[in-house]
Write a new protein. Structure first.
Length: 161
C-alpha cells in the first residue's frame, strides 16, 4: 500500500512538472512595481484586464535584440486591443545602457530594470530572453525561453485579447 501511494505521488509530481514546463498550467504572475527611466511607474497588478507580455532581456543579448522589431510591430498592432508589453532589462549597468538602447531602437513599450529577486519570483532566469504571457486575469499562461518570433507572439495572444 505504501509503495502504491509513493508511485501515485511520483506520477502526480511528474504530471504537474510536465504541465508547468509546457505552459499549460496557469499560475498567478508575481506582481512588481518598477520605474521607467522617465519616472513612470509600471505595476503589473494595474495592468489587469490587459494581456501582458513580460519580457526579461538585456542589451548585450543577441536574441533579445533580434526579437524587439517583431515586438514593436505586434505592440503597435494590438495595443489598442488590450496588449501591453513590459521589457524587464537585466543589464547590470541599468538605465545607463538601457536608455540609449531604447532611444536608438525607438522602443515604444515600457522598459524597467529588473533585479535578482524579481527574476527569482518568476522562477529564475536560466536563459534570456525569457518571456511570460499574462492573461487578463493576471495568470501566466505561457513561458517562452529564447527568441520569440513575431508570428509566434501573434498566435499566442490571438485567443487572449
Amino acid at each position: 500500500m505504501k509503495s502504491n501511494i509513493s508511485v501515485l505521488f511520483l506520477f502526480l509530481a511528474f504530471v504537474l512538472a510536465a504541465t508547468t514546463a509546457h505552459g499549460q498550467k496557469e499560475s498567478k504572475a508575481p506582481n512588481f512595481v518598477l520605474t521607467t527611466a522617465a519616472g513612470d511607474t509600471v505595476e503589473l497588478a494595474r495592468l489587469k484586464g490587459k494581456v501582458v507580455l513580460v519580457n526579461f532581456w538585456a542589451t548585450w543579448c543577441g536574441p533579445c535584440r533580434k526579437e524587439i522589431p517583431g515586438f514593436l510591430e505586434v505592440y503597435k498592432k494590438y495595443k489598442s486591443k488590450g496588449l501591453e508589453i513590459v521589457g524587464v532589462s537585466l543589464d547590470e549597468k541599468g538605465f545607463e545602457v538601457v536608455t540609449p538602447f531604447v532611444k536608438k531602437n525607438e522602443i515604444t513599450y515600457p522598459n524597467v530594470i529588473g533585479h535578482a529577486k524579481l527574476a527569482e519570483a518568476y522562477g529564475g532566469m536560466r536563459f534570456i530572453p525569457t518571456s511570460f504571457l499574462v492573461d487578463k486575469q493576471g495568470n501566466i499562461v505561457k513561458k517562452h525561453m529564447g527568441l520569440l518570433q513575431k508570428q509566434d507572439l501573434e498566435k499566442l495572444i490571438s485567443g487572449l485579447l
